[in-house]
Design a protein around this ligand. Structure first.
Ligand code: PSU
Ligand code: MN
Length: 307
């Protein structure tokens, strides 16, 4: 436990605390993806079950982060998970202190909040579906996800399928470069675009194994900067970029027309993409999240071997 953990009253589940104390592998996960904000029922429970099983199959302990009854939590009970599946308050890193001070009943952690809580608990690997990034139209809106700053501010490996192509992916990669986050491609030369394995953007560095990813985190020059590992969606589940692009553009247009701003933008667009694809996006989303959880367990195992 870090001094941050004590100051914020972080509650770490027994199984997670024991694994950390014994130096065994642990993989943190976010709660937004499993809540109403990320995936519709019943796909959200299936996503949770498959991600948890993939982490355990890889020999690691899963540690989902959330805020419940005003307390920040790492590692959930079955009852807690039921609450997460119906959760609807989105909590980014900057919102965590407010949720604690105001004792919110529930807060669903985004990537930024989860990476911060993972670090506070002493966890070095985090798995998710896709990260937030620089939004298209940033020149007028200024909309850049707090996920990016969190990657630069906590020494955690984030395992993801890149980011959805409704974002401005070239500028997201430029931003990650500017803030000093190493970006790695898992046995892949391209920055993954969530449903699609590539939209033609090269990834700065390709890696072939988990030991190398662990080595990159160990060799960081800044104490508090993490690593982004982009894992392409398994081929069998991929939706090709040309098939999804027009649907994403319609979802973006609907968000602009509805005048949606701030933290509501991403959940709004996610829901519209589901509608535009007639739910075809859901199995792809589950497959990539499960695959990321499996790779994250490998990375966590490699990190505990270095200890
Ligand atoms: N991208 C997805 N699914 C998600 C999210 C992003 O494909 O559920 C969620 C994650 O919790 C991410 C958050 O951290 O949205 C980013 O929101 P914003 O763009 O408001 O920073
Ligand atoms: Mn935003």
């Amino acid at each position: 436990m870090t001094s941050t953990a004590a100051r914020i009253g972080l509650v770490v589940a027994d199984e997670v605390a024991t694994a950390l104390a014994e130096g065994r592998p642990v993989v943190a996960m976010e709660s937004t993806i499993f809540s109403n904000l990320g995936l519709p029922a019943p796909g959200n429970r299936e996503a949770f079950d498959r991600c948890e099983a993939a982490v355990r199959a890889g020999g690691a302990v899963p540690a989902v982060t959330a805020l419940l009854d005003g307390r920040p939590r790492v590692g959930l009970t079955a009852d807690d998970v039921d609450r997460v599946l119906t959760g609807s308050s989105k909590v980014a890193e900057r919102d965590v202190p407010v949720a604690i001070a105001q004792r919110w009943a529930e807060g669903m952690t985004t990537v930024s909040a989860s990476v911060a809580l993972a670090h506070a608990a002493g966890i070095e690997v985090f798995a998710t579906g896709g990260i937030g990034g620089v939004h298209r139209g940033v020149d007028t809106t200024g909309d850049i996800s707090a996920d990016l700053d969190a990657l630069a501010s906590h020494p955690v490996v984030t395992v993801c399928a890149g980011a959805k192509a409704f974002l401005d992916l070239p500028r997201t990669l430029e931003h990650l470069e500017a803030i000093g986050v190493p970006v790695l491609g898992w046995r892949h030369d391209w920055f993954p675009a969530f449903y699609s394995r590539s939209v033609g953007l090269p990834v700065p560095h390709r890696v072939e194994d988990a030991a190398t990813v662990a080595g990159v985190l160990r060799a960081r020059l800044r104490e508090d900067t993490g690593v982004l590992l982009g894992v392409p969606i398994p081929e069998a589940a991929e939706i090709p970029a040309e098939e999804i692009e027009a649907k994403m553009l319609r979802a973006l247009a609907a968000a602009a027309e509805a005048g949606v701003t701030g933290p509501k933008v991403t959940p709004f667009i996610l829901a519209r993409i589901e509608a535009e694809t007639d739910g075809e996006s859901i199995p792809a989303n589950l497959a990539l999240a499960e695959n990321n959880a499996a790779v994250a367990a490998e990375v966590a195992t490699a990190l505990s071997a270095l200890r």
